[in-house]
Design a protein around this ligand. Structure first.
Ligand code: 5GP
Ligand code: ZN
Length: 117
């Protein structure tokens, strides 16, 4: 039996709390960030609960590839593929990870600074 996680993104996946969902695949869900940091700010989230990059294993590497490919498709759909976009995996407290369920940020629609803050 699979563990039921008391995690905000698991609750979105189980439709226990609402989200502005863009698309779902067998393994992933993508929805708009509730507090956007850029004109386009989408979260790409695996349906399986993995806390962070620190918890990834080789068997999940295909899932990571799927996340990046979905980000690519969504960047095109949002018309930020040519202007450019940023993919971010915040990991741990120093990087500001606030939701302990791995998620890929797709950010675009404005110029971005480097290095990030
Ligand atoms: P992190 O800081 O962990 O890298 O990113 C978590 C992101 O999730 C933040 O950008 C935050 O705005 C977003 N977020 C947190 N709770 C919710 C929620 O309930 N719904 C949605 N759509 N986004 C959320
Ligand atoms: Zn979760």
């Amino acid at each position: 039996m699979e563990l039921v996680h008391d995690c905000i993104f698991c609750k979105i996946i189980r439709q226990e709390i609402p989200a502005n969902v863009i698309t779902e695949t067998e393994n992933l869900i993508a929805f708009f960030d509730v507090s956007p940091a850029a004109p386009t700010h989408i979260l790409i989230v695996p349906k399986v609960h993995i806390a962070s990059v620190n918890d990834l294993n080789l068997a999940q590497s295909l899932l990571l590839g799927e996340m990046i490919l979905l980000a690519k498709d969504l960047a095109k759909q949002q018309k930020i593929d040519r202007s450019g976009f940023r993919l971010v995996l915040n990991t741990g407290p120093a990087a500001g990870q606030s939701v302990l369920h791995i998620h890929l940020h797709l950010l675009g629609g404005r110029p971005m600074q480097w290095p990030p803050g």
